[in-house]
Design a protein around this ligand. Sequence first.
Ligand code: 5RP
Length: 217
Amino acid sequence: MNSNAYKREVAVAAAAEVPEGITLGVGSGSTVDAFIDALAERRIRLTATVAASETSARRLREHGFEVIDLNQADEIPLYVDGADEIDPKLHLTKGGGAALTREKIIASASRRFLCIADDSKLVDRLGHFPLPIEVIPMARSVVARQLVKRGGRPAWRENVVTDNGNLILDVSGLKIADPIAWEKDLNNIPGIVTVGLFALRRADHVLLAGPKGLRRL
Ligand code: 5RP
């Protein structure tokens, strides 16, 4: 099976776990697209959904799900999202789809965060995948210089503007031995909106699909 087939497998398994009648937080990316389709195939009744990207919101609406603003949501019992890298402590790298800011906000506002992925995303240590960082446009160069001082090689993801009107720097070369310390440090650089490290709010559970079948961390 290829990685798309694993994404579909894990998406269907995650959709089967979602309780009816809740407000569901929904992330972004191709695995989440498959998850949204699987929710629709299950004909699940949800009170509402809160989406981490305009793309996910559109897909949810196309399937007939109500999408509400986070400000209208009382409580989000469950958030389901993908990841670019997952370490054994369930710290994540996210932002490959440039939706990291809204993803992090909804993840932080949710009681439970279920991460779904094909098992190629599991790594011993975060940092092989260039770390996405959302930056205020006027701060692109000053933030890039700060990242170089920390050993990173930032690359501007040209032609990408986030749903919040900001830019993305993809940073290679970082040795992320302590993701929590890195997240705290990078959060303090003026001009950075969101760091694609999800360590302070990591996943509560990870569901993976791969050649050995489904497994849960
Ligand atoms: C988007 C994300 C995605 O969850 C991440 O990039 C994984 O995407 P995919 O499911 O397409 O592999 O963080 O900002």
